[in-house]
Design a protein around this ligand. Sequence first.
Ligand code: FE2
Length: 410
Amino acid sequence: MLIKNACIENVETLNDIRIEDGIFKEIGKVIEKPDEDVIDLKGKLLLPPFIESHVHLDTCLTAGDPVWNMSGTLFEGIECWSKRKEKLNREDIRERVNRVVRMYAANGIQFIRTHVDITDPSLTAMKALLELKEELKDVMEIQIVAFPQEGILSYPNGKQLMIDAVEMGADVVGAIPHFEFTREYSVESLDFALKLAADKNKLVDVHCDEIDDEASRGLETVATRALELGLYDKVTASHTTAMHSYNNAYVLRLMRLLKMSRINFVANPLVNTHLQGRIDTYPKRRGVTRVKELLAEGINVSFGHDDIYDPWYPMGNGSLRDVVFLGLHVCQMMGYEEIMNSYKLISHNAAKTLHICDHYGIEVSKPASFIVLDADNYYDALIKDAVVLYSYRNGRKIAENTPSERKVLF
Ligand code: FE2
């Protein structure tokens, strides 16, 4: 198959791509062969597939069931979820995750890192997600984080549940230091999680300091252990919203450690602008970590959706465009280059976090996985909220959308 006249990753000069046996064979000016299937993109934007680097698939599509989160806080969300967990079962999870994965696929996402709540003695969600990961692998690569929603030390048998989840096949070890009962538990939970990951050769993704408390400093422990254990970029700190409230003198000192540790960050602008600042009067904090400053220091940051219609977020549609759009606003990253390159927050940067760069990207000899947007470049795509015209995975089309037609009658 030959893809002609593609605007690849915003490059103005149009190029062609030949795909054979599900692999990118040639990229550049390619001579058409007789009888070859040809798609002429006429200058449309071609990107590597989008990547969801932070979501909770097990909780998606449960908002209001059995109760709504009325305060809009993270902590009431955890209480609501705790009630919903009581009626969790395999079929319930399978039905919701299958729906959400298709929402994501329609929006050009082909890779998902999902956190899965393991503070459940039966590990129902973990078992269901491991099944779904295998069943859906041809259309969606799913990476599973064993996520201790109610704590590792602050939940009965929390350490053993984490060990069990890793033994069952979780790809990533999680933690939630700001939810542990004490600062000592917080540090011990991180010591445990990162040591376990090092021993079992797993990645790490910590829900880290997702709170407006400027004294919440799990991040320095995560970064220090990543450095000391040699885990480096295998470690990710998600949310880190307390960093928004740290004093600048502390951040100046912290930034040196963060660079030395080489850890990744994931910010979730939709959900954290909604959850954070809830007990502020005015001014109300924006609640998103220091994305612009981290990127300026050469630290890897990606954006995630986090929640789709669940106790922590009553909206969401599986489109990372909205995540990027809002994130650029609240992080004040509205310069021309920042807007044009912002697709990297949900593509290349996320690929580094997921450690999938060996099979990701528009490069000869890599799997022919890509998306085409109804836009001239990514700036144009953001402004127009452009649809994903096609999503190809390993050379096979797995989703397509038709642009809606709008008529103005004057
Ligand atoms: Fe999260």
